[in-house]
Design a protein around this ligand. Structure first.
Ligand SMILES: Nc1ncnc2c1ncn2[C@@H]1O[C@H](COP(=O)(O)OP(=O)(O)OP(=O)(O)O)[C@@H](O)[C@H]1O
Ligand SMILES: [Mg+2]
Length: 503
């Protein structure tokens, strides 16, 4: 007879094949896994919500009554009740064989509920096949390791969502490590320069660049900071940005000449053309580090079979928008060529699937406005699976990320989320997250996440591993930096004083 741990509770109330409640002997945490026998076999369930209640201390109106009731409640062991609501994740036997099969019948009220033991569920979460990569441990059973299916990450897209500082970038760094280990191809658009110190084998770093020869006229106007509603200025730039200019060895000179020509040849354009010339002149100096007509094809910076960190720290939001759009468009085209060529054509860069990660997705893939990145991201989200190209979108403001893109995400890592609008936006994007689980998201701590969707067989509530190699991104301690600076100033003052004294 298999040994089972101590009884945890009893199933009560109305039960369903996918959900039940139980009354427990002790307080229960969200994220605890339990087992219970049902007419169709032993079930594994995930506790999504729990309450602790005292009958005697309910509806108290004044301190004195509450204080007396407390004494009685402490003596009366029946007073407190611990109620938990459980989502059925599947039949235990089937899950251990890697299959998710839900029971056809609900557990009977009165059935006994047990804590799921590490040895019972270990193999369900810690899969050993080569496509599974370990990224953490179960939050409430830390002896159980949790792996995610990297094949799904590379094909079905992933969203990493939470309030700021909860560990999204740490999770992305974990994925980077795993992709590097698997010698996969990945691009991280590093808008905050957060991953520039990530020194891991298989990870390469490059400065992202924009070649203005390859952007659209509208993007060029954006890059030069021509105002969006300055229609005439934009028209001048569009007219000047000809194929000859694009091919000219002296790109900027030719563009400026083109602008001057429009001023001369088109009636009524001379003043605007001279203004545009000034704007372009200023822009050339301002964006020298980022926009370079002599950089060649910026796609050359991306190495196949490596994780490519593209540093974008110097980029403004508009520039990053133009750059990410270009990279995504080109990569998608390349992957389409690769799939069509069946390994024959030579003009293919990426012969194997590629993952592209976009941090600050609310800025580049916004919900309420058009953006070039949003357009191409939505295309990749819809078509990428067929061509071996996937997106990872990371955001601390899920409600501001386009639903068009979010709803195409096959997998989610959701960490602490406190804003109800964020929560609703996420449920709209994925049915896999229930109301109960949603309500418990504010209680998650840094590095704790709910993993749902394609990359896990069943929902996993985990504590993610910490990537010690990633040093930037931690909270800055202002007080210790001020103190250190003060100490340095003191030393400098003392030494100058000594110098002055000897003079
Ligand atoms: N799993 C974890 N274990 C321990 N510490 C962690 C874990 N995840 C993140 N941290 C720490 O928490 C801090 C914030 O993490 P991180 O930068 O990943 O958060 P974030 O959600 O990306 O924040 P932001 O929204 O500001 O980008 C960092 O100091 C990081 O080292
Ligand atoms: Mg971050």
């Amino acid at each position: 007879m298999e040994s089972r741990v101590e009884l945890l509770g009893i199933v009560v109330g109305q039960t369903k094949p996918h959900q039940f409640h139980f009354l427990a002997k002790r307080a229960i945490s969200m994220g605890e896994y339990v087992t219970v026998d049902s007419p169709t076999g032993r079930i594994l369930g995930l506790t999504e919500d729990s309450t602790t209640r005292s009958d005697l201390l309910d509806k108290m109106n004044d301190f004195r009554t509450a204080s007396e009731a407390r004494k009685v409640a402490m003596k009366n062991t029946r007073d407190k009740s611990y109620n938990a609501s459980v989502k059925v994740v599947g039949l235990l036997d089937q899950l251990r064989r890697g299959r998710v099969v839900l029971p056809s019948l609900p557990p009977e009220p009165g059935s006994e509920v047990f804590e799921a033991r590490g040895e019972e569920i270990g193999e369900i979460f810690d899969r050993k096949e080569k496509q599974w990569a370990p990224i953490g441990s179960l939050l409430r059973n830390d002896d159980v390791r949790v792996s995610v299916n990297m094949d799904k990450v590379a094909s079905r897209h992933l969203a990493i969502l939470s309030v700021t500082g909860s560990g999204k970038s740490n999770l992305l760094a974990l994925i980077v490590k795993q992709v590097a280990l698997l010698q996969g191809t990945m691009v991280v658009f590093d808008y905050h320069g957060e991953y520039s110190e990530l020194e891991i084998g298989g990870v390469v770093h490059a400065e992202a660049k924009i070649n203005p020869r390859f952007v659209t006229a509208d993007q060029l106007a954006d890059l030069c900071d021509v105002r969006e509603n300055a229609d005439v200025q934009r028209t001048v730039l569009v007219k000047a940005f000809t194929e000859e200019v694009k091919a000219s060895p002296k790109f900027w000179d030719s563009l400026l000449q083109g602008v001057r020509n429009v001023g001369v040849s088109e009636k009524g354009y001379s003043r605007v053309a001279s203004r545009v010339e000034d704007i372009v002149q200023i822009a050339i100096k301002r964006m020298k580090a980022v926009v370079d007509p002599d950089v060649g094809d910026v796609l050359d910076q991306i190495k196949a079979s490596k994780v490519n960190i593209l540093n974008m720290l110097e980029f403004t939001e508009r520039q990053a928008n133009a750059a990410i759009t270009y990279y995504l468009e080109e990569i998608l085209d390349d992957r389409k060529r690769a799939m069509r060529s069946r390994g024959e054509e030579t003009k293919v860069r990426f012969r194997t699937p590629i993952i592209c990660a976009i941090e600050e997705a609310h800025a580049f893939i916004p919900a309420d406005q058009q953006s070039d990145t949003a357009y191409i991201a939505s295309k990749v989200a819809r078509e990428g699976r067929k061509f071996g190209m996937s997106l990872i979108v990371v955001s601390q403001r899920p409600r501001r990320v386009s639903q068009d893109v979010l709803s195409q995400m096959g997998s989610f890592a959701i960490m602490k989320l406190t804003n109800p609008e964020d929560q609703t936006h996420v449920t709209e994007a994925s049915e896999a997250i229930s109301e109960d689980l949603l309500q418990n998201l504010p209680s998650l701590n840094t590095g704790e996440a709910v993993l749902i969707g394609e990359w896990v067989n069943i929902p996993a509530v985990v504590k993610l591993d910490h990537v010690v190699e990633k040093k930037t991104g931690a909270d800055i301690s202002a007080t210790s930096l001020w103190a250190a600076q003060h100490a340095m100033n003191q030393v400098a003052r003392e030494s100058t004083k000594g110098f002055m004294d000897t003079e």
